[in-house]
Design a protein around this ligand. Structure first.
Ligand code: F6R
Length: 609
């Protein structure tokens, strides 16, 4: 949700910042801009649209500045437009601000600035308030003015500020939105996320909430809310820059779909010892703890929420404990029954989703133990949890989540198995069977990925449809939701998922001649029931694509087309069945000419409520 980059050093600030912004475009991409110190002034260039538009706009300007800030936007206040793009400046253009997040009391601040300081606003954004506030408080110290401005601001945000009066520094603040500082040799950086800086630095500081960071060319100092300097350990980034590049694939989404066998292996290998026992390495979940918990709450958003639906199924089945799954944006507003006997599991790829973070804090305040399943090391969700179960998916850049989902599922299986084993309620043979099945998933996934061309051919027949239904039972219902979300978010097809048995209670009214129904029937125990559900929609004219395990050939008698996945235990099939749906969504979207990695209206990391 918006990306910010700042640079100070001897290099060309404009080039470095624009390069960094391109790596953050996944966070928002409806407009972009930079502010650089050039000829004793702060020059701002900004434009609606992609970063390519900004590059085009400034290509003949020959900026040579050594300090500046940049922004790529996902609009919250004010539609995408040149004037609403960041950076925003004060009245005499001596101060420029980039901002990720929301200033909740901006209307009140705006009125105060207009009434008491005759400020004339140029944009509809909340961000512009920040530039004017800093300006009003500025005497001769930018850091002091930023502190005073921040005291007046409510909300969740990260900001970066430059001033023509102090061109030797960048001041940045973090409050509930991600911010890192990159430590270079004779140069320093700020950014919303690591990929923006990987080309230049490996050493970073993870800035904490309510901290202010002051960067000069040779120094980075971090201060707390009381203006005291704080020491921070350097975080060394170990993953290589290529992990955040497309490596020959047309899109990050396709690359990330193909990275799933590796992500799953990594996630398993980090947690399994040679005997197939689950290692918690630092996670504190003793037998006593597990016996104390009388409920598990899984809370997440979007795709991560869908991983939670499968998590509920497997934890209840194996660990014999009631599990509630909730979307994070609803959880905190309905007085959930959470106390010190609750294990609260937050699932989040980015670890920065504000809804999830807020739900986590709510649960924590009620005494729950917080275990998070997170992909980004050092992210807010990870830092605020009692324990973290990392997914080892590697950086996920495409807005549509794929490898994060399958690695989140792996964590759900491991958590369920660990709980069952520790509580001594699972037979050794069954435990071993699960571990064996999980270990076989990467290889089985490769056989599905090898069928990519067949799925592409199928997509050619389907891409003009305007309505699709996904149906399934048991864990297949959870995967249906994910398949449907994948399709709608990148192809803009109106797609809808429903538990197959629920269709007849209303939604079946929408099935008519030619309606496309994708029916997941991977559960042996529910296979015949699914065949009946397929018959119900066929009888009303639906065109059905069945998805089943390769031995369940009867699916062919009821479906117009079939996608097979390799044989596996019913319980682990979500790890396989989602992948053809991801590939199908990818190719349908490609054939429709959509911008797959950057779908309209979306952003990768949703740091607003
Ligand atoms: C969909 C997608 C989103 C995210 C959701 C939560 O493809 O990616 O639905 O899953 O915004 O994001 P995280 O997992 O970062 O908390």
């Amino acid at each position: 949700m918006c990306g910010i980059v700042g640079y100070i050093g001897d290099g060309n600030a404009t080039e470095i910042i624009i390069d960094g912004l391109k790596k953050l475009e996944y966070r928002g991409y409806d407009s972009s801009g930079i502010a650089v110190y050039e000829d004793h002034k702060i020059l701002v260039e900004k434009v609606k649209g992609r970063i390519a538009n900004l590059e085009e706009k400034i290509k003949d300007k020959k900026f040579t500045s050594h300090v500046g800030i940049g922004h790529t936007r996902w609009a919250t206040h004010g539609a995408p437009s040149d004037v609403n793009s960041h950076p925003h400046s004060n009245m005499d253009n001596s101060i420029a601000v980039v901002h990720n997040g929301i200033i909740e009391n901006y209307i009140e601040l705006k009125e105060w600035l207009i009434k008491n300081h005759n400020i004339v606003f140029r944009s509809e954004t909340d961000t512009e308030v920040i530039a004017h506030l800093i300006s009003v408080f500025y005497e001769d110290d930018l850091t002091d003015a930023v502190y005073k401005a921040v005291e007046k601001m409510r909300g969740a945000y990260a900001i970066g500020v430059v001033s023509a009066n102090e061109p030797d520094k960048i001041v940045a603040v973090r409050r509930d939105a991600p911010l890192i500082a990159g430590l270079g040799d004779g140069c320093n950086f700020i950014a919303s996320d690591i990929p923006a800086l990987l080309k230049h630095v490996r050493k970073i500081y993870l800035i904490e909430n309510n901290e202010t960071v002051v960067l000069t060319k040779n120094d980075v100092k971090i201060y707390n809310a009381d203006r005291e300097e704080v020491k921070r350990d350097v975080f060394n980034v170990t993953w290589d820059a290529d992990a955040a590049e497309k490596e020959g694939y047309d899109h990050f989404m396709l690359k990330e779909i193909h990275e799933q066998p590796k992500g799953i292996s990594e996630t398993l290998n980090r947690r399994l010892d040679e005997d197939g026992m689950i290692k918690l390495d630092g996670i504190k979940l003793s037998k006593n703890d597990l016996e104390k918990f009388n409920k598990v709450y899984i809370v997440a958003c979007g795709t991560a929420y869908h991983a939670g639906l499968v998590g509920k199924f497997i934890i209840e089945k194996l660990a014999k404990i009631p599990v509630e799954v909730d979307v994070a944006s609803e959880f905190r507003y309905r007085d959930p029954f959470v106390d010190e006997n609750t294990l609260f599991i937050a699932i989040s790829q980015s670890g920065e989703t504000l809804d999830t973070l807020a739900a986590l804090r709510e649960a924590k305040s009620k005494g729950a133990r917080i275990l998070s399943v997170v992909n980004v090391v050092g992210s807010s969700v990870a830092r605020e949890s009692d324990d973290v179960f990392y997914t080892w998916a590697g950086p996920e850049i495409a807005v549509a989540s794929t490898k994060a989902y399958t690695t989140q599922l792996v964590c759900m299986y491991l958590i369920a198995l660990y709980m069952a084993k520790t509580k001594e309620i699972i037979e050794k043979e069954l435990y071993d069977k699960y571990i064996e099945e999980l270990k076989e998933i990467p290889e089985k996934l490769n056989t599905i990925l090898n069928k990519e061309q067949d799925i592409y051919e199928m997509a050619k027949d389907l891409y003009k449809r305007e309505q699709v239904f996904f149906i399934g039972r048991g864990p297949d219902a959870g995967v249906s939701y994910e398949g449907s979300l994948k399709l709608k978010e990148i192809s803009y097809i109106n797609s809808f998922a429903i538990a197959a048995g629920e269709l007849k209670h209303g939604t079946i009214a929408l099935i008519e001649q030619g309606t496309l129904v994708i029916a997941l029937a991977t559960q042996d125990k529910l296979f015949e029931k699914m065949l009946s559900n397929i018959q119900e929609v066929k009888a009303r004219g639906a065109y059905v694509i069945g998805l089943a395990k390769e031995n369940n050939k009867d699916i062919e008698t009821q479906s117009d087309r079939v996608i097979y996945i390799p044989q596996c235990m019913d319980e682990v099939s979500p790890l396989l069945s989602v992948v053809p749906l991801q590939i199908l969504a990818y190719y349908i979207s490609k054939l429709r000419g959509c911008d797959i990695d950057k779908p309209k209206n979306l952003a990768k990391s949703v740091t607003v409520e």
